[in-house]
Design a protein. Structure first.
Length: 243
């Protein structure tokens, strides 16, 4: 098929999924990807799950950025017990992770702190992606809540952080989906060359998973249920189109 444009976040965990497609990739913060797809600036996007649960999008089956326990790169750094947190500074690049944090705190623990811009001073901060990985290295003694681990502990399900997403109106959606599944196969085999050191190798092989199967879809369905409790719109079940 003719070349197409893909949108992706510039994070280490995405590299195995764009293996061989790097020349077609445009890089944006995760929170911007759904709108770039919606506007037609890109033909597909490795978009945050929380922003992809729409009737206008189809999700590529079998591929995603997933954690079934600790994820390492989506963390809440805090210096007080969770129940005593008054405000949390939110990374401006996040969408799914912010919604997941709200589910964990508001739905599961029953309290709602103030969510403030990242530029504001706050002892608690939500960090994602490579910024979170760097923060962990630089601040080994800070108390952290790993959101992937917290979700798994509560639900016994994996959490899908991002999925390849296309517009439902895309005529070549199934062809694009097949290419992404092949890129994943090649990228997983190439993780040894993608990782620059032992810590990156461990992250890409021990913590990040790339398969989306029935358990992962059950996790997506549970997340949709929790979003509706928050008052957020999310499609689910037969309304959610996997291609």
């Amino acid at each position: 098929m003719s070349p197409f444009r893909i949108g992706c976040a510039p994070y280490l965990n995405a590299k195995p999924l764009i293996y061989g497609l790097e020349k077609q990739a445009l890089f944006f913060p995760p929170a911007e990807l759904p709108e770039r797809l919606r506007s037609g600036e890109v033909d597909a996007a490795l978009a945050p799950l929380g922003a992809s649960l729409s009737e206008e999008f189809a999700l590529v089956d079998g591929v995603g950025i997933v954690a079934d326990g600790p994820v390492k790169s989506v963390i809440l750094a805090h210096d007080a017990p969770l129940s005593e947190i008054r405000s949390i500074a939110i990374d401006p690049h996040t969408r799914s992770s912010f919604l997941l944090l709200r589910v964990l705190l508001e739905n599961f623990l029953g309290f709602r702190p103030n969510y403030v811009p990242f530029s504001e001073r706050s002892a608690s901060r939500l960090l994602i992606g490579d910024r979170a990985l760097a923060y962990r290295k630089e601040n080994p003694r800070v108390t952290l809540l790993d959101l992937g681990e917290a979700w798994r502990d509560r639900t016994e399900l994996p959490f899908v952080f991002a999925v390849w997403t296309v517009r439902r109106s895309e005529a070549k959606g199934k062809e694009i989906a097949a290419l992404f599944r092949e890129a994943k196969r090649l990228g997983l085999a190439a993780r040894g060359s993608i990782a620059k050191d032992k810590s990156e190798w461990e992250y890409l092989t021990r913590y990040i998973r790339y398969e989306v199967g029935e358990r992962e879809k059950a996790g997506v369905a549970r997340f949709c249920d929790e979003l509706r409790v928050l008052g957020e719109k999310a499609v689910v079940g037969k309304e959610l189109l996997w291609i």
